[in-house]
Design a protein. Structure first.
Length: 226
């Protein structure tokens, strides 16, 4: 009975609520400056990166964050033209296009998400907006994640009416806990409409240490009794 109670308690402590933040609310909030702070994470912007530069390790390429209307998707035979809203990047002087742009003067732009506490890669999901549909797809999306020395992947998404979901768990080798990641455009122009993630509870490490201590104490008592 004690073992069942202990297991239930452990599972309760390890469980963590999922967080969701939506920026595609159809409102033009304007330029937010160099960073945005939300529950459990901070967002910063990078702009004008050179080809191959890692947004996570290039802090001097400072951009600003735009929250609002990022552009308009052209009409297609399957859907009418529509505006798309979310988070994008502008240059240091709060100018330039408003989405995350891969080309032009402010090329290779990126948004960097830094979490506190860390998050599990399997729990992170992005909703992207302004993604060009199949047949007119020139958006190139790169993801950088701070695992050890860092991981990088070029990812492909399937867009419906200019919107697409991207789960980090779908990217090969992206697994485990991490503190930050960046989403970058190297071609095209898009934005981030929302973010869902599950933080790693800070009790995990403490609980793990405590359980190991209890196991060690139990083992020592048994050994002494023998």
């Amino acid at each position: 009975m004690r073992k069942v109670v202990l297991l239930t308690l452990c599972l309760g402590l390890l469980a963590a609520p999922a967080w969701a933040t939506v920026w595609s609310d159809g409102i033009d909030h304007g330029n937010q400056g160099f960073s945005m702070v939300d529950t459990g994470f901070t967002i910063t912007a990078r702009t004008g990166l050179l080809a191959g530069e890692n947004p996570l390790t290039t802090p001097d390429r400072i951009g600003t964050i735009y929250w609002g209307k990022l552009g308009t998707m052209d009409a297609t035979p399957l859907a009418p033209a529509k505006d798309f809203y979310g988070l994008g990047v502008q240059d240091f002087g709060k100018g330039g296009s408003k989405g995350i742009s891969g080309e032009g003067g402010d090329q290779n732009e990126a948004l960097v998400f830094t979490f506190n506490p860390a998050v599990d890669a399997d729990s992170v999901n992005l909703h992207l907006v302004g993604i060009n549909v199949a047949g007119n797809n020139n958006d190139v999306i790169d993801i950088y994640v701070a695992f050890g020395t860092g991981l990088y992947a070029n990812v492909a998404v399937t867009a419906v009416n200019g919107e697409a979901d991207l789960a980090l768990s779908s990217i090969p080798n992206f697994a485990g806990n991490f503190g930050s990641f960046a989403i970058q455009a190297t071609e095209g122009h898009f934005g981030v409409g929302s973010l869902n993630y599950v933080p790693v509870p800070p009790t995990v490490l403490l609980l793990g240490s405590g359980l190991l201590g209890l196991v060690g104490l139990r083992w020592r008592r048994r050994k002494t009794d023998v």
